[in-house]
Design a binder for this molecule. Structure first.
Ligand code: URA
Length: 208
């Protein structure tokens, strides 16, 4: 699975451990999701293209580099909203394209219900964000949705992933890089990641 990039960093591991803890309250949970996403972005954006620009400092004229890549951040509703602020903070010129998938509790499968993309989506690099990469089903559907619309360059950022989901996804889309901060043990019979952190959306939004 060459497309899977495990981002290991002491700060991320420390924060992830507090994030997983059942005693961590929603306020701190949101803060940690934000901080971990921010740290992961550093690695996940490493290969974005730059263009040379002329600038004038208070001392002299010189050349610098700015991002040449137009980015579309695609949060998968709703848990990814917890990651959006930090990603947007790092790339304030990016556009946001929302993708709505909702878990059907009877089938444990995610069902598509909503999309709102910027008009020039096809010319943008899509960075899909979703904190939990479980069965890979939603990830496959989200990538298929964007590819069918003509988006060519797609990355996926997820905080915790299950090996089953990564394997399934990578067989279908070996060309799409998946960045994750943890590859956990497995899925349970309800398709929750083990050890995981429970329902990320519920913990971000303090619902159950
Ligand atoms: N979604 C979650 O929020 N948690 C899981 O463990 C799996 C999917």
């Amino acid at each position: 699975m060459n497309n899977v990039k495990l981002i290991k960093h002491p700060l991320i591991e420390h924060k992830l451990t507090i994030l997983r803890d059942v005693k961590t309250q929603p306020f701190q949970f949101r803060m940690l999701i934000d901080e971990i996403s921010y740290l992961m972005m550093f690695e996940a954006t490493r290969d974005l293209a730059l263009r040379e620009v002329d600038i004038t400092t208070p001392v002299t004229k010189t050349k610098g580099h700015k991002l040449a890549t137009k980015v579309m951040i695609c949060p998968i509703l709703r848990a990814a909203l917890g990651m959006l602020d930090s990603v947007f903070k790092l790339m304030p010129d990016a556009s946001v394209g929302f993708l709505g998938f909702q878990r059907n509790e009877e089938t444990a499968k995610a069902e598509f219900f909503y999309a709102k993309l910027p008009s020039d989506y096809a010319n943008r690099t899509a960075i899909i964000i979703d904190p939990m990469f479980a069965t890979g089903g939603t990830a496959i559907d989200a990538v298929k949705f964007l590819k069918d619309k003509g988006v060519r360059d797609i990355k996926f950022i997820s905080i915790i992933a299950a090996p089953e989901g990564l394997k399934r996804f990578s067989e279908v889309y070996p060309d799409v890089a998946v960045y994750t901060a943890a590859i956990d043990e497995c899925l349970n019979d309800k398709n929750y990641i083990v050890p995981g952190l429970g329902d990320a959306g519920d913990r971000v939004f303090n619902t159950n």
